[in-house]
Design a protein around this ligand. Structure first.
Ligand code: SF4
Ligand code: SF4
Length: 95
């Protein structure tokens, strides 16, 4: 069976600290930073290396600040990137 590991990239300057992604993460991988971004929001950071790449965080983020990747047998694939809530989103789900 293929070994799957997730990873995310957070655009901290887009983040408004709403915490929706924290609530949506089943792995408790996310938390608020103690630092603010350029807009003055406490942005989100990854606190655990246990992401499964489920995409929940990216799907609930109203700012499109999170990009999700999955590494399947060490091959890294983009699975979710939501660039803007008012435009199209591209989501790739499990094969
Ligand atoms: S992709 Fe899933 S497991 Fe990974 S940080 Fe986002 S919500 Fe958590
Ligand atoms: S859902 Fe988006 S805007 Fe809200 S805290 Fe998470 S990354 Fe920031």
């Amino acid at each position: 069976m293929a070994k799957v590991k997730g990873d995310i990239i957070i655009d901290i300057e887009k983040c408004k600290g709403c915490e929706l992604c924290i609530e949506a993460c089943p792995q408790d991988s996310l938390a608020r930073s103690k630092q603010v971004n350029n807009k003055g929001y406490l942005y989100i950071v990854k606190i655990e290396d246990n992401c499964t790449g489920c995409t929940n965080c990216a799907l609930v983020c109203p700012e499109g600040a999170i990009t999700v990747y999955r590494k399947i047998d060490k091959k890294k694939e983009l699975v979710t990137r939501v660039s803007n809530v008012t435009s199209d989103m591209t989501i790739k789900v499990d094969k």
